[in-house]
Design a binder for this molecule. Structure first.
Ligand code: OMP
Length: 270
């Protein structure tokens, strides 16, 4: 999906919400466990209940890999379900990959061609040849970890290098390998006070922002500092939406939560 289409979708639906599909069998309503594929059934109901209020989905690979081959089958079915029923939704494979060039190329093939994801999250530590293979696929995106939402982001990302935090160096350098048509950056909502500095380096790029809700980030702060002329933000929420209820009404409650967030977002992009 290209940048123009992403912006069109956001403007049309007045939402830049991404629902994180991070299923956990221990947190699902018990009746779903009788289904042949509980993870897919859970995701399907969440997707149907939230599609109207979001423009993207982000399945995180860990929550599928944890169930072995059957988990990977659930992931594949989930993405195919989105593509078949909601083809205008942007699908982000949250896999945080990156390796020597020929290996990255195979990761790109796996996620873009085999799984039909539109984007993949990528760790920048191995440098240019680990990221460039993800940029060679038309209308596909590498979403590079810039400043992450977790506590440990202070360990390396916030170290001062040449008078600037490392994450600023990383974002500037990575941005030079791609364009705002094939690269985005992950910036944690818990670090909203640093988005201003990031916007000085990448004013036009989309930022994927996780960490609103369960991790304590504020949507308002993120919007205040991160919105640009094309919106420029995709805000992900996983647990607070998909586990809004753990009972039989889980999908209804997920839909309500997504609607609430979408209404807040529509105010910010008026
Ligand atoms: P919730 O905290 O449940 O909303 O989930 C956040 C999702 O975003 C999880 O899938 C995380 O793995 C992911 N994430 C972060 O929480 N922090 C980051 O800095 C980066 C990501 C990510 O790349 O999506």
């Amino acid at each position: 999906m290209n940048r123009k289409k992403i912006i069109e979708q956001i403007r049309k639906k007045k939402t830049f919400l991404c629902v994180g599909l991070d299923p956990d069998v221990d947190k699902m309503p018990k009746f779903l466990l009788e289904e042949e594929d509980p993870i897919f059934e859970f995701n399907k109901q969440i997707i149907d209940a939230t599609a109207e209020y979001c423009m993207a989905y982000k399945p995180n690979n860990a929550f599928y890999e944890a169930y072995g081959i059957s988990g990977m089958t659930s992931l594949e079915k989930t993405i195919l379900y989105i593509k078949a029923n909601y083809p205008d939704h942007f699908v982000i494979a949250d896999a945080k990959r990156g390796d020597i060039g020929n290996t990255s190329h195979m990761y790109a093939k796996a996620f873009f061609n085999r799984l039909h994801a539109d984007a993949i999250t990528v760790a920048p530590y191995m440098g240019s040849d680990s990221i460039k293979p993800f940029l060679e696929f038309k209308d596909k995106w590498a979403i590079v970890l810039g400043l992450t939402s977790n506590e440990g982001s202070a360990d390396f990302q916030q170290l001062q290098i040449n008078g600037e935090p490392l994450f600023i160096n990383v974002i500037r350098k990575c941005a030079s390998w791609g364009t705002d048509e094939n690269m985005m950056f992950v910036v944690g909502a818990t670090k909203a006070d640093m988005i201003d500095d990031i916007r000085k380096v990448v004013p036009n790029h989309f930022l994927l922002v996780p960490g609103v809700g369960a991790q304590g980030g504020s949507l308002e702060e993120v919007c205040k500092n991160g919105l640009n002329k094309d919106i420029g933000l995709i805000v992900n929420i996983s647990r607070n939406i998909i586990f809004a209820s753990r009972d039989e009404d889980f999908a209804i409650q997920a839909g309500k939560e997504a609607k609430k967030i979408a209404e807040q977002m529509s105010e910010f992009i008026k």
